[in-house]
Design a protein around this ligand. Sequence first.
Ligand code: CAA
Ligand code: NAD
Length: 288
Amino acid sequence: MTSEKIQRVGVIGAGQMGAGIAEVCARAHVDVLVYEQTRELAAAGRARIMRSLDRGVSSGKITEREREQAAWRLRFTSDLGDFADRQLVVEAVVEDEKVKSAIFAELDQIVTDPDAVLASNTSSIPIMKLGITTSRPERVIGLHFFNPVPVLPLVELVTTLKTSAAVTERAEQFAGEVLGKQVVRSADRSGFVVNALLVPYLLSAIRMVESGFATKEDIDKATVLGLAHPMGPLALTDLVGLDTVKSIADSMYEEFKEPLYSAPPLLLRMVEAGLVGKKVGRGFYEYA
Ligand code: CAA
Ligand code: NAD
């Protein structure tokens, strides 16, 4: 028997990524329920999505009517218990294995549909570590979106030793055909494909700044003008979030024990100082 088409999605977290994932699902005509820890965070998440939808309208990507319809499809809750009827849940909270594991264990108790897909947007935590916190690891998968989600067309699909073929097919079909993303598959190794390549590069750029090799402005200018990257590594670290880059590096270091994944002291100090990038207004650069 084939599974029902996914029409009810739950997104956990309405930070940069959760908001983006919720937005693209709502724009794809799917009913979306978003969990945030508090009403205030939920309101901030909704405002973030509305700003992005407004941007979609002003750049001609969507019509005003599509913006309104997407907004109607989005509901918010601070009670994970409301996720009982979800057919797909995408977890997008802070890159912390303990926090994510607790959420997966809770979801396992809540989501009633035996066909439901439980996905994580983690950047680096092996999906098996999350799967084993549930009684249904065969239904747990990685769906790794890219920032900003409405703009970047990629989703990495990460299957574990236990993910079933039916779940893999259902998740791939949703990301590809419903959301219109391009899907690549990765083995369940910390960092998957993109971050295994990207994060050593970002950390190298931070080490260059730290050692006085070149200024942050020149490093960014060099990669934009010399490699045709849309933005340089320090601006990109600011966009991703220095806290997230550090957590990804820690997770990859734990898995591979390679010095190239070890977080440089400048990154550690900036995270300790709360200078975690664009989302707080200051990282390597300042943002209005
Ligand atoms: N919603 C809808 N559309 C948006 C948008 C949003 N939130 N943000 C930007 N856009 C659209 C704009 O409308 C614009 O579209 P057109 O070109 O058709 O007009 C386009 O995206 C570019 O936007 P801007 O012109 O405003 O800005 P820009 O040209 O400076 O691009 C950027 C900004 C999209 C962030 C671009 O610099 C970029 O792609 N940077 C690289 C981002 C990247 O590498 N992301 C991956 C990070 S790693 C990751 O995500 C994985 C992980 O686990 C850490
Ligand atoms: P963010 O800082 O913007 O948002 C973090 C979210 O986690 C918020 O919704 C916050 O309320 C929630 N949160 C924090 N502590 C929590 C707790 N104890 N319990 C429940 N929720 C909690 O981070 P983000 O950039 O949206 O990243 C979220 C996830 O997406 C991470 O796993 C990250 O690795 C991954 N990711 C990030 C990027 C990126 O470029 N930032 C790209 C792809 C994937």
